[in-house]
Ligand binder design. Structure first.
Ligand SMILES: Cc1cc2nc3c(=O)[nH]c(=O)nc-3n(C[C@H](O)[C@H](O)[C@H](O)COP(=O)(O)OP(=O)(O)OC[C@H]3O[C@@H](n4cnc5c(N)ncnc54)[C@H](O)[C@@H]3O)c2cc1C
Length: 318
């Protein structure tokens, strides 16, 4: 049985920062994530976005923020592609995770839950699958190609803008209106290498000689179809998140989010929670706010584990 002071479930931005702050306090920490890479929503949804509201950076690319957070984690043991399914409590109040890891404290930083992309409903064979993508983690795959982006929300618009610098883009949405910034739509409409196709839905896909034909059906008009030659498809239909296990673990939820005290403590002994997984009056889903919650949680955990220690936050007082 592996033993740790602290386990963190979720290696999104908030779990990553919590782990590095735990490193600073000398806590032996293990961090789990269901995905095969750290970075949570940033990595999956907007690695190329210039984030402008993280303190001390006038602007920082999502990907860079995640790699900076990872660099601060010199001592964390990361266990990726591991979705935590079970937690149970021993008589000494230690916590068993998936019956293999024994920890003194647990920090839940699972965001809205383990997420999976909403996939294309049409039947797709294995060859075609290799041309269908659900994230922009590797933008180089699309460079100098014809790319169909499916969807009408923020991610579809951001990805279309990003790829318009390197590729020919078809942005395909089932409605005439997009659910995102009007300025992004105006900008996309002005670009020669971007075609907005609305209201269309993908109907069929053929892969012939490594070239794909995407057949589109005009919504509301049963016999109007158009065909586009494309190289890659980027699906931006959003993600399904699953945090059902929280209920199973006995954690008190409010509107499917975890209720916490001001110390980020849940209703269970030695179990804390931070980031988009939690709720309290006035909370907003922002990275900087989650970083502060991580500091509160780790400080509470330190005080709980080592009550005899005086927590020194700064050696000089004012
Ligand atoms: C398109 C978009 C743009 C955004 N832009 C900004 C912005 O500019 N500025 C800003 O401040 N915020 C922004 N946000 C919000 C920000 O991304 C979130 O507030 C932040 O990601 C929350 O971090 P988190 O670590 O709490 O959760 P997440 O990033 O959701 O990470 C949670 C992690 O937990 C893992 N997980 C879940 N369940 C389990 C399990 N059972 N076992 C193992 N692992 C599990 C998941 O796989 C995931 O990696 C944006 C969000 C979106 C969608």
């Amino acid at each position: 049985m592996e033993k740790y002071d602290l386990a963190i479930i979720g290696a999104g931005p908030i779990g990553l920062f919590a782990a590095s702050f735990a490193n600073l306090h000398g806590l032996k920490t293990i961090s789990f994530d269901a995905l095969d890479e750290v970075g949570g929503q940033i990595n999956m949804l907007y690695p190329q976005k210039e984030i402008k509201d993280v303190p001390a950076f006038s602007s920082i690319k999502g990907k860079k923020l995640v790699s900076n957070l990872l660099k601060q984690n010199t001592k964390t043991n990361f266990l990726l592609s591991h979705k935590v399914k079970n937690i149970s409590f021993s008589d000494d109040n230690s916590i068993l995770i998936d019956n293999a890891y024994q920890v003194k404290s647990l920090l839940i930083a699972t965001g809205l839950g383990a997420f999976k992309p909403k996939t294309l409903p049409s039947a797709i064979n294995a060859n075609e699958k290799s041309h269908i993508h659900y994230s922009m983690q590797h933008p180089e795959v699309f460079a100098n190609k014809k790319v169909a982006i499916l969807g009408g929300g923020d991610s579809a618009l951001d990805w279309a803008l990003e790829l318009s610098t390197t590729s020919d883009v078809f942005l395909i949405h089932r409605r005439n209106e997009f659910r995102g910034l009007e300025s992004s739509v105006t900008k996309l409409k002005s670009l020669k290498n971007v075609e907005l196709l609305t209201p269309y839905l993908p109907k069929d896909l053929h892969l012939i000689d490594n070239k794909m034909e995407l057949v589109l059906h005009k919504v509301g008009n049963s016999d109007e179809f158009i065909t586009k030659d494309i190289d890659e498809i980027l699906v931006a239909y959003g993600f399904k998140s699953d945090n059902r296990q929280l209920r199973k673990w006995g954690i008190k939820l409010e509107n499917n989010l975890i209720s916490v005290s001001q110390q980020m403590h849940t209703n269970l002994p030695n179990v804390y929670a931070v980031g988009d997984a939690i709720t309290y009056p006035g909370r907003v889903p922002m990275i900087a706010l989650g970083f502060g919650e991580a500091q509160i949680a780790i400080s509470s955990i330190m005080q709980n584990l080592f009550p005899e220690k005086t927590m020194i936050f700064h050696s000089t007082s004012i």
